[in-house]
Design a protein around this ligand. Sequence first.
Ligand code: PLP
Length: 427
Amino acid sequence: MPPDQMPARPAYRTPAIASTAAAVPVPPIPACRAWATRYAGEHGAPLDLTQAVPGWPPHPDMLAALARAAGDPAAATYGLLEGETALREALAEDMRLLYGGDAGAEDLRVTAGANIGFNLAMAVLAAPGDEVLLPTPWFFNHEMALALRGVRAVPLPCRAADGYLPDPARAATLIGPRTRAIALVTPNNPTGAVMPPELIGRFADLCRERGLWLVLDETYRDFLPDGQDTPHALFRRPDWRDFVVQLYSFSKAYCIPGHRVGAVAGGPVFRGEFIKAVDNIQICPPRPPQFALAWAVPALREWRAGNRARIATRAAAFQSAFATAPEWRIDAIGAYFAWVRVPDAAPDSTVAAERLAAERGVVSLPGGVFGPGGERHIRLAFANTDEATIAAVPGRLAGLFARASSTRSERFAAPVPAPGRPFDRSP
Ligand SMILES: Cc1ncc(COP(=O)(O)O)c(C=O)c1O
């Protein structure tokens, strides 16, 4: 057909992305890892300290149990929305041993990881336009999850001088008519700070008085420091089911983040709504790892305790290694993470992290990823390395910011991954 007789092409218009999603920054870990693709290897192999993953494989019997469960045709079918009863019973017993109190299988719901647990919980606790208080530095996925739902994360600033512990009196001043919940992470990501039981109790009292949900992410509860064996006393309160929602992850304690299993504890009113989100979003959590975990929770108690000691050794190794690099000050350290202040000569932590990755092959996350106030810090996740690697880190940092540093635009003509989406994002 001659071109002049061809029918006119319709004008195409690109459909819009939801403004809530468009405003959310890109996932930081892959973006920061991409910086290391520019590293030429002159200081040794790249060291990836971005992600909180255990540095060793699951127990061999766990691997065997997973293989067996994956080969079971029953595991290939849909399971109960609330999760496997045997796993919920095993976890409830574990919780009673750890916390005291009376949490039972009926209080627990199994989720495809703690992150989806948070998302499912927020689907029923906060509506678009509502607010949730998050202590800063915050776990970036919590803020991202809220932003995707159109819920505002209200920063509750924590200070190095207070050991990065949130202050309930300060939280009280931030509660407004749209506040629905306070979400705490203990042991904390990114600072590693562990909230003492009495402080958690004060937040519980505040939530009770002000009619708020207390959402407690205890993904790292199996890695409490020596000398603290009970995370808190909430489950001994007769009213916990009326306002507490607790999140747990099997990813770290059992070294199975790829199998995606977590759990949520809450009372009957919460659970009655929660199941609606479950039915629509996950239907049931993955079944093979649940079968394996029902066995592992009681059977691997000692192995888990050993891992706790192993992580504590790594934290101690990190501290003694950093004693040789005083210009990089550890402001907080705990299970899995060190929250390190960049040298005064460094421009800001995004530039510092980028240069560390590209010039020294040490990949970290800049503090701005963790909300307002993080611009002078980087997070180093040391759990997935060994002592020899940890010992090598200060040598890599040495001299990087010895003199007044150049800015990113001078040093890096190439665009950083995810251009146009700054990490340092204020709500
Ligand atoms: C505080 C916190 N919550 C949740 C998660 C995600 O856990 P899961 O693998 O169970 O989704 C992480 C992982 O890094 C985390 O640090």
